[in-house]
Design a protein around this ligand. Structure first.
Ligand code: PEP
Length: 249
């Protein structure tokens, strides 16, 4: 971890029921979390209100997606205004499952980020290469292109956390080695330095996601440019998520 405040997000994806989420919230409420870490959880939309109302204020709440502009006649979508109305502070955008399963493209994701930021939400901006892209030596190209789409769209980086999530590591149990993650994080920081500014490069937190768990988080957190984690599967277990939150100390 570098000098910025460590950031750990839990992405619950499309998991849970009222019962299991109530249990998870109760586990999180009683967990001991290091004070010097930003902690955020992203429940499914339908449980945002329940979680926001029952979760300790120590943990902020994020949506997993948002509509690209102001709400209105967009059946099935959820607006940034509604997310804010529930007291949520963040939204995850560009998650690989939305890019590769739902088919969202760079430009659409960039627009979503710009709109969410303009309304005061923080953005967890996800990028990452597919296995075949890594094997073809295109990891940096793909990540830079996805990062550029955010950079081209957003007016400021004050409220953005970048999540580097190699797609081959997401939900596969195949975590990137600390060296593999660090290599990409440094390259991303360098890209920001050259293409945005030195200040943004040094201040923006770059977190890693992809099969992070209670057993591998400490080694990853030691790396200079890994400023936190975005956690999927392991964030559904309160005690394990707390272990990951506390991995930096
Ligand atoms: C994610 O979905 O952002 C993620 C990293 O998932 P997992 O931790 O399950 O690989």
């Amino acid at each position: 971890a570098g000098s910025g405040k460590f950031f750990v997000g839990g992405n619950w994806k499309c998991n849970g029921t009222k019962d299991s989420i109530t249990k998870l919230v109760s586990d999180l409420n009683s967990a001991k979390l290091e004070s010097d870490v930003d902690v955020v959880v992203a429940p499914p939309f339908v449980y945002l209100d329940l979680v926001k109302a029952s979760l300790t204020d120590r943990i902020e709440v994020s949506a997993q997606n948002s509509w690209v502009g102001k709400g209105g006649a967009f059946t099935g979508e959820i607006s940034v205004e509604q997310i804010k109305d529930l007291g949520c502070k963040w939204v995850i955008l560009g998650h690989s499952e939305r890019r590769h399963i739902i088919g969202e493209d760079d430009q659409f994701i960039g627009k979503k980020a710009a709109y969410a930021l303009s309304e005061g939400l923080g953005v967890i901006a996800c990028i990452g290469e597919l296995l075949e892209e890594r094997e073809a030596g295109k990891t940096f190209d793909v990540c830079f292109q996805q990062l550029k789409a955010f950079a081209d769209a957003v007016p400021s980086w004050d409220n953005i956390v970048i999540a580097y999530e190699p797609v081959w590591a997401i939900g596969t149990g195949k975590v990137a080695t600390p060296e593999q993650a660090q290599e990409v994080h440094v390259a991303l920081r360098d890209w920001l330095k050259k293409n945005v500014s030195e200040e943004v490069a040094s201040k923006t937190r770059i977190i890693y996601g992809g099969s992070v768990n209670g057993g591998n988080c400490v080694e990853l957190a030691k790396k200079e440019d890994i400023d936190g984690f975005l956690v999927g599967g392991a964030s559904l277990k309160g005690p394990e998520f707390a272990t990951i939150v506390n991995s930096v100390t």
